[in-house]
Design a protein around this ligand. Structure first.
Ligand SMILES: [Zn+2]
Length: 63
């Protein structure tokens, strides 16, 4: 298979503006939500797309 590898084939870690955990897709975030809900007593947690970094974060709204 002819991957067109150049010298810049390595994705350098982007310096992200967000300190929160990043999920690269809503599915990935949902997986984590399911996991959290099974293991912790967090009722309200959902994913949102971050306008700063363009990835997904989780947020839980405390009562
Ligand atoms: Zn972000």
């Amino acid at each position: 298979m002819g991957y067109n590898l150049s010298k810049k084939n390595k994705i350098s870690p982007i310096e992200l503006p967000c300190k929160k955990t990043i999920y690269y897709s809503p599915e990935e975030a949902q997986d984590m939500i399911n996991y959290i809900k099974e293991n912790r007593s967090i009722k309200e947690i959902h994913a949102y797309k971050c306008m700063t970094c363009g990835f997904w974060h989780l947020t839980s709204s405390k009562k």
